[in-house]
Design a protein around this ligand. Structure first.
Ligand SMILES: NC(=O)C1=CN([C@@H]2O[C@H](COP(=O)(O)OP(=O)(O)OC[C@H]3O[C@@H](n4cnc5c(N)ncnc54)[C@H](OP(=O)(O)O)[C@@H]3O)[C@@H](O)[C@H]2O)C=CC1
Ligand SMILES: O=C(O)CCC(=O)C(=O)O
Ligand SMILES: [Mg+2]
Length: 473
């Protein structure tokens, strides 16, 4: 079955039922060490995970690690250009769950991203990236503890579909000609727009199915959070790109108000309901005026639309959501992408789950990680219905590779996410507690040490892992 690797002789497979993992006490879990700083981060992570599982379950549970290869390490074993060998894909397929270090992707030419390839091959459509603050972590923000968000990033479409044509290529030129001469003129709303003849072309597909399965997962996650964090924000740039970014928002609202009608309220619905709660005799028009403060300046058509929205909401959900019942439901709102970057800094505590398309989520997850301590503190998971791969938000950080100095926190916390996904909460909690206490006592790697005031002597990557383990109780 395998060409150059051999699975561990002990251990059992994780299986999936209705999208949820069924985990034996001794699961076999494939891991990819990763390029660049993967060489430092992975051994530190493995040590912490094993120590936590041993301490939490006293030998009754343990992980059988299965080393599989991708990136430069794979080329060493399998030969030139064998960046993602079939052995690795077979192992992940067979065992259903994996954890990985970062893998290099060249800019411009060269191979396409291996990280993206893995997400697409296994249809890992939700990239889940929590950003929460550990006390004592230095941050450029005054109140970083106020940020506690989970970026739910669509992981298979948008720029990840990767459909592009190089400037000057034969097909690219044909496509531009077809667009300029036939398709754009045939679409009146595009007016006299023309694509420059020297353009490269990229296609940004956003599908209804892809958007809705992501939002569905985000909603299910929101329902498991404490009441005050039960919120999903749909992030988009729908004011500019109406049929991709705008559609993502509309499909998101459609999904939540059909599949989760009893469990959710939209922000606008909550305004309409609370206007009536404060003033039971309010007219539909006055209610509309309060929902949309610019109401009186609108055209008659727009006014009629808002009045109709008010009446529809009151007729359809007043009995199930009115009289304050909506306050116990998941709040679903939406924000335009540029504004959410500002909002997570100025009003961080107003947000919880941020559901995004691919590119917006890529930017947003790095930006949110910066607030809580930087890319050394940004874990993540790529989750599908029959497979999951855990990995940090950051990349290979090549200038730090092999120096035993990089912060392994993000991959360790990705391991925590993996343990939680497996239902091994006791081991996950030990690591969170150990890491929290190490940071609180200023036992940190260079990235955090340089920001502390006064600065402290940094721990090595491997020493930070040891410090976490020493703080297990
Ligand atoms: N999932 C994956 O495998 C990903 C892979 N990549 C790939 O990684 C390569 C390098 O990308 P690049 O743009 O340099 O981004 P990186 O995320 O690799 O690193 C950028 C900078 O972020 C800081 N940083 C990153 N990781 C850590 C960490 N663990 N601890 C502390 N600081 C950290 C460092 O800043 P400083 O030096 O200032 O301390 C580092 O120089 C590219 O080939 C890219 O495609 C990128 C993202 C994800
Ligand atoms: O695959 C890559 O090189 C980049 C991926 C990335 O930036 C991410 O997952 O956030
Ligand atoms: Mg990224």
């Amino acid at each position: 079955m395998y060409d150059k690797i051999t699975p561990p002789t002990t251990g059992a497979k994780i299986t999936f039922k209705k999208g949820e993992p069924i985990v034996p006490d001794n699961p076999i879990i494939p891991f990819i060490r990763g390029d660049g700083t993967g060489i430092d981060i992975w051994p530190a992570t493995q040590k912490v995970l094993d120590a936590a599982v041993a301490k939490a379950y006293k030998g009754q549970r343990q992980i059988s690690w299965f080393k599989v290869y991708a990136g430069d390490e794979a080329c060493d074993l399998y030969g030139t250009y064998q960046y993602l060998p079939q052995d690795t894909l077979t192992a992940i397929q067979e065992y259903g769950l994996a954890i990985k270090g970062p893998l290099t992707t060249p800019v411009g030419g060269g191979i396409r991203s291996l990280n993206v390839a893995l997400r697409q091959i296994f249809d890992l459509y939700a990239c889940v990236r929590p950003c929460r603050y550990y006390a004592g972590t230095p941050s450029p923000h005054k109140n970083p503890e106020k940020l506690d968000v989970i970026v739910y990033r669509e992981n298979t479409e948008d720029i990840y579909l990767g459909i592009e044509w190089r400037q000057g290529s034969e097909i690219g030129d044909r496509l531009i000609k077809l667009l300029n001469e036939e398709l754009i003129p045939a679409t009146p709303e595009h007016g006299k727009k023309q694509i420059p003849l020297d353009a490269g072309i990229g296609i940004k597909p956003i599908s209804k199915g892809g958007s809705q399965r992501l939002v569905r997962r985000a909603m299910k996650h929101a329902l498991l959070l404490p009441k005050h964090k039960q919120q999903v924000t749909l992030v988009h740039k729908g004011n500019i790109m109406k049929y991709t970014e705008g559609a993502f928002r509309d499909w998101g609202y459609e999904l939540v108000t059909s599949e989760f009608r009893q469990e959710c309220v939209t922000e606008r619905e909550s305004w309409i309901l609370s206007n009536k709660e404060k003033n039971p005799n309010i007219s539909s028009e006055d209610n509309a005026r309060q929902v949309d403060p610019g109401y009186d300046a609108l055209t008659p058509e727009k006014k009629a639309q808002i009045v109709k929205e008010v009446e529809t909401v009151l007729n359809s959900i007043w009995s199930s959501h009115g009289n304050g019942q909506w306050k116990d439901k998941v709040m679903v709102n939406d924000r335009i992408a540029d504004s959410i970057f500002q909002q997570i800094q100025t009003r961080p505590d107003e947000y919880s789950i941020l559901a995004t398309m691919n590119l917006n989520g890529d930017y947003l997850s790095d930006a949110a990680a910066a607030i809580v301590g930087g890319l050394g503190m940004g874990p993540g998971a790529n989750i599908g219905d029959a497979c999951a791969i855990f990995e940090a938000t950051h990349g290979t950080a090549p200038k730090h590779a092999g120096l035993d100095r990089i912060n392994p926190g993000s991959v360790i916390l990705s391991g925590v996410m993996m343990l939680e996904y497996m239902g091994w909460q006791e081991a996950a909690d030990l690591i969170k507690q150990g890491l929290g206490e190490a940071i609180a006592s200023s036992q940190v790697t260079y990235d955090l040490a340089r920001l502390l005031e006064p600065p402290v002597e940094p721990l090595k990557c491997s020493e930070f892992a040891e410090a976490i383990i020493q703080h297990f109780e």
